[in-house]
Design a protein around this ligand. Sequence first.
Ligand SMILES: [Zn+2]
Length: 83
Amino acid sequence: MSREPCDACEELLQDFLDRTLTNDEWAQAESHLSDCDYCRRRYRFEETLRRYVKLSAVERMPPGLMEKLQQLRGFEADGLAPR
Ligand SMILES: [Zn+2]
């Protein structure tokens, strides 16, 4: 079995974190998170990251930390910017 990232729920996850889901979508996201290991870990990481970013501005992060976080995420931190 390949461990493909869940492209389909990438968007759902962002909305989930932004709390912009309808009740139906919310339920869908929650049930997906409960049986998708990839998204669950991803969600926890994103949530932690967002909390951290809220607490202390990104610019105040020690040099290298943001890079490290981005490496962990595996992609650019575009998701942090409001849409
Ligand atoms: Zn998933």
